[in-house]
Design a protein around this ligand. Structure first.
Ligand SMILES: Nc1ncnc2c1ncn2[C@@H]1O[C@H](COP(=O)(O)OP(=O)(O)O)[C@@H](O)[C@H]1O
Ligand SMILES: [Mg+2]
Length: 196
């Protein structure tokens, strides 16, 4: 089972957006349920790849891009590549590489200087990564998994991300509220969410 489900999926969307479907590698897929299944399988495979690559540095642009490719590359053509158009969430696309570099540098600094405790470092890293929104899609799942890889490499217990009820509407709206609070530099809600 894939422990990194989409937390903000709209249940009413039963067919795939035509615009988005252009990048779809699997042409037999028509329904959101089929897409979810293909993505879940791809992410489960990516978890095996992570196990084989325990030595690589998760705080690098190459690893960050490779991880997205591993998670979504069987399904989407744009997997592992930064977006080249703007979305309603995220920085203007030309700024993505420099914003990612700044985030990686800052995270190295926080770790080295113990600027925050580990849960807050993880949460700040996750929130800033989804706020940059580097990819066309899959940003939430990618940023949760990358955050957990970072924690694991430092022998910190990985987050639960809302726990077993991860797909419920309540969990989803709490997660979004917590991200919005983090936009205002208040990380407390998100810190409690990731360990709930
Ligand atoms: N205001 C917001 N509303 C919805 N999602 C947000 C918001 N701010 C940040 N996000 C992040 O964006 C993610 C959704 O982006 P998306 O690229 O579709 O990722 P995924 O396909 O993995 O869900 C959410 O999981 C969340 O991490
Ligand atoms: Mg999505």
């Amino acid at each position: 089972m894939n422990p990194y489900p989409e937390l903000t999926l709209s249940e009413s969307a039963t067919t795939i957006d035509l615009n988005e479907s252009k990048g779809l590698k699997l042409k037999h897929i028509n329904l959101m349920t089929e897409l979810n299944e293909a993505e879940n399988l791809n992410i489960t495979k990516a978890m095996q790849w992570i196990k084989r690559n325990r030595k690589s540095n998760p705080l690098s642009i190459t690893f960050l891009m490779k991880l997205h490719k591993q998670m979504f590359g069987d399904v989407w053509k744009w997997a592992g590549v930064f977006r080249v158009s703007d979305k309603n969430i995220g920085v203007p696309w030309p700024e993505i590489p420099s914003k990612i570099k700044n985030l990686i540098d800052d995270t190295h600094f926080w770790i080295q200087n113990k600027s925050f405790d580990w849960d807050e470092i993880g949460v700040r890293f996750h929130h800033r990564l989804v706020s940059i929104h580097p990819f066309v899609n899959g940003n939430g799942r990618h940023a949760r998994l990358l955050c957990d890889i970072l924690l694991e490499r430092h022998n910190i217990k990985i987050f639960s991300w809302g726990g077993v009820t991860a797909r419920s509407d309540e969990t989803r709206s709490f997660y979004i509220k917590a991200l919005q609070a983090a936009d205002q530099k208040n990380y407390d809600l998100l810190i409690s969410f990731v360990r709930s």
